[in-house]
Design a protein around this ligand. Structure first.
Ligand SMILES: *Cc1c(COP(=O)(O)O)cnc(C)c1O
Length: 370
């Protein structure tokens, strides 16, 4: 079976992890946590990166720092992994699903603007959903399969409605739009280093921000809000144990060193898929949007005519033939716990759900000589 996506450990992973064990610095503090954060900030151009235990935790804390409160609504794309909505729920808030674009696979700024104009009103300085009466607190764009969303347009809409943006950049380490790294456009961004992502720390995530106050609060909230002291245990707010262990950060440091080579080979693989599928009728290869440089985390094709039965027939045939292909996620509003959440019309998300197929995307598939 050729799997959908495999991690690669061809660099200093073993050396760094062994050093953690040899020195007994395996847990919640250690030099690799600091090094991983510094390297991530340098790579993304964010002023600060705070390493955390996984991408969902990063998104959760990002939303809290953007002042999402219990009872609020948060705008998220219906086409996303469940964690995007779960992080909203963990704040006691309610996801409000909006539609995506065909070309970016991410949140559609034009549809969002029209939806907000039609369904919200501003009262005493707050944006409210007129149907539910709830405050709308933030917008969460997600960079699907590594392809950057149209952030400049979304930031315009967000500014017009006075909403902060918390980017779900879980899938897009290494992806840029007009030269700027995904996850650094919004007030805060969240990344994931789960085993299936472009690089992995086993499990892990990071919060990105340019704001020094938010960055230090992110660190504080994710490390039990302990006031630094030589012996006293004093904690000044209800916080989380969302720390990334040094052991995992060591893996991450080694993985980051290999990222440029990974990205190069993933682009080569994407190019080969593009050529191969240019000959297939009725199928389009999903390429990077204009102005974007995608990490091509997961390569995707889509059926020109959305048809869930045709999609499933293709999935069955490819999996039978030993190629692990996958559909996109079931749209979030179809999941039982999110079925009664507010939502916009979702015609493009529905078409994408019935037409997207992810194909094997491990960098090693670019070939032994790549
Ligand atoms: C992977 C992923 C997450 C969550 O990351 P974890 O590290 O698995 O918690 C969030 N959003 C999206 C879109 C993802 O793909």
């Amino acid at each position: 079976m050729i799997s959908l996506h495999e991690p690669e450990f061809h660099g200093n992973e073993w050396t760094y992890v062994k050093e953690c064990i040899d020195t007994a610095w395996v847990s919640s503090v250690g030099k690799y946590v600091d090094q991983f954060e510094t390297s991530l900030a340098a790579l993304t151009g964010a002023r600060f990166a705070v390493a955390v235990v996984n991408g969902t935790a990063a998104q959760h804390v990002g939303l809290l720092l953007a002042r999402v409160m219990p009872g609020d609504e948060v705008i998220v794309p219906a086409l996303s992994f469940v964690a995007t909505a779960n992080a909203v729920s963990h704040c006691g808030a309610v996801p409000h699903f909006v539609d995506s674009c065909m070309d970016t696979l991410g949140m559609d700024p034009v549809a969002l603007q029209e939806h907000l104009e039609a369904t919200t009103e501003r009262s005493s300085g707050q944006l409210r959903n007129v149907r539910t009466g709830r405050r709308i607190a933030a917008i969460v764009p997600m960079h699907t399969f590594g392809h950057p969303v149209d952030m400049p347009e979304l930031m315009d809409v967000a500014a017009r409605f006075g909403l902060p943006i918390v980017e779900d950049a879980a899938e897009s380490l290494g992806s840029t739009l007009h030269g700027r790294h995904t996850g650094t456009f919004g007030l805060l961004g969240a990344m994931s280093f789960n085993g299936n992502k472009i690089i992995t720390t086993g499990g892990g995530g990071a919060i990105l921000t340019d704001d020094p106050v938010l960055a230090s609060h992110a660190k504080h909230l994710t490390t039990t809000a302990k006031k630094p002291h030589r012996w006293e245990f004093f904690h000044d707010e209800i916080a989380f144990n969302y720390r990334l262990p040094n052991l995992n950060a060591a893996l991450g440091c080694a993985q980051l060193e290999r990222l440029p080579d990974l990205l190069r080979r993933k682009r080569l693989l994407a190019e080969r898929y593009r050529e191969a599928f240019s000959l297939a009728s009725g199928i389009r290869f999903v390429g990077e949007p204009d102005g974007a440089c995608s990490n091509y985390w997961l390569n995707a094709i889509r059926l020109e005519r959305p048809d869930i039965n045709a999609r499933d027939a293709l999935l069955a045939a490819s999996n039978d033939a030993g190629f692990q292909c996958r559909p996109a996620w079931t749209l979030l509003h179809r999941l039982p716990m999110y079925s009664s959440c507010p939502r916009a019309e979702l015609p493009v998300s529905e078409a994408l759900e019935a037409s997207l197929i992810n194909v094997p995307s491990s960098a090693r598939l670019a070939g032994p000589d790549a």
